[in-house]
Each structure stands twice: as C-alpha cells, then as structure tokens.
Design a protein. Sequence first.
Lengths: 150, 82
Amino acid sequence: MSVSVQRQDFDIAAEIEHLTASDPEIGAVVSFTGLVRQTTPGGSIASMELEHYPGMTERALEEIVAEARARWPLQGVRVIHRHGPLKPGERIVLVLTASRHRQAAFEAAEFLMDYLKTRAPFWKKEDTAEGARWVDARDADTSAADRWRR
Amino acid sequence: MQVLYFAWLRERIGAASEEIDPGGAATARDLIARLAALDDQHAAAFADISAVRVAVDQVMGDLDTGIAGAREVAFFPPVTGG
C-alpha cells in the first residue's frame, strides 16, 4: 500500500524503515514532510481544518504515484496525507521515494509534491483571529506543476 | 445522479451532497446552469464559475466534461492540499 489518507499522525522513521526493508538494491531515500505553518497570507492561524474527497483523494494520489513510477526508476514510493483538524507545527503530508541512485528519488519526490498540490482534492480552512477562511490556491503551485509537463 | 460539494461550495449551498435529476444537462457547465437556478444558495455558490472545479465519477475534469451516465459529479474550488 503506497498511499494513505488518514487523520492520525505518522512516524517518519518507521515509514522509511518499512519502505526500505524489503529491497537491498535501494541506495537512496528522499523524505519530504509538509508542516502546518503558523503564519500564512491570511495572518497568524490557531488551527486549520483539512477537508478532502473520500474515495477520489486516494485515487488521485495513486494516479500521481503511478505517473512518478512511469517517469523515474523507483524502488518504492510512500505518500501519507492527513485530514481533519491540525495545529501549527503538526505534520500534514509525507512523501518518500526510494531508488538505486539519488537523482531519481530527489526528482520524483519534488514531482509528487508539485502534482499533489494541484491535483489531489484537499482544501484547507484556516482559523485566524479574524475568523475562518478558505485558503486560496497559489499560482506558484500551478507553475511548479506545469514545469513537469511533457 | 449524486452531486457533491466541497469547501466553500458546500458551505454556500448548505449541503455536502444531493440527488439531482440532470434533465437534459450534457456537460458539467449545463449542470451548473441547472443547479444555479434552484435557489439563492445555489446561485451564490455558482456566481463565479471561474472559481469552480469539477470531477466526474471521481476523475478531475473541466466545465465541458460530459456527464451523461455519470453516477457522481463533484464541484469544488481549486485544491489546496500538501
């Protein structure tokens, strides 16, 4: 199982251990962790709520993982994305990529995050001093995803 | 068909999902026109369709994606995960 969408936190070290244990040909593991930032364009946040589209979310993430596997020689991929209420400093997302050599793992991890940000059905609602607000999508995220087009 | 709403579309409409008879709607855009005519909440949710994204049977599409035979059509703002 390479994709999980869950409320609970994850253990990065345990996930890396699990991903790499079965394949002695893995020479590189890249790990990306996304955290809830306290200060956002909307101000300082007390917490946020991550909504998602059950069923489609898992499917979208699996498609993104399949695309990464088609583009790079990966020995393993793991994506965990949380939903529900989250506070500043908490982990939101984990992407692990494993390959024989580092370049594939580095590039694939970046690709996975860029695509996840523009294609996976998640929506953030921030709780600020001025009230709750839905986060706007960033043009920079779309540009980041577009550079992988071919 | 089942029509789903997420984020501020869900809040403006006041429902996460509803059963809708698509009538003669052939595309997501046609379905929006039909939904927007239902009441003030739907009209407000679909006031700016440039901010609306669509998935048909859990596959990302666009306003011109066909909905004939679809079981589930979802409307939502641009995604902000990660």
